[in-house]
Design a protein around this ligand. Structure first.
Ligand code: SF4
Length: 73
């Protein structure tokens, strides 16, 4: 299964990931950054596996993120 990784501390809160894939992303009211739903966190790096059907969209979002902090493995 593909894995999404987000280096959340560098998020600038532009909202593109949430706009394109609201089923996986939320915008935090607390700090204005994007949160990957159901992700696990290790040293401010958030990650989770997603269904194969989400992979193409997730790669699009990784490319669209203006600060390039999303990776899909
Ligand atoms: S696209 Fe990138 S910078 Fe913009 S909210 Fe999502 S993670 Fe943050």
């Amino acid at each position: 299964m593909p894995k999404i990784i987000q280096y959340r501390n560098k998020c600038i809160g532009c909202g593109i990931c949430y706009e394109l894939q609201p089923e996986l992303w939320r915008m935090s009211k607390k700090d204005g950054k994007a949160s990957l739903i159901k992700a696990t966190e290790k040293k401010y790096i958030y990650s989770r596996e997603v269904h194969t059907s989400e992979e193409i969209k997730s790669r699009e979002i990784a490319r669209a993120c203006p600060v390039k902090i999303i990776q899909v493995l």
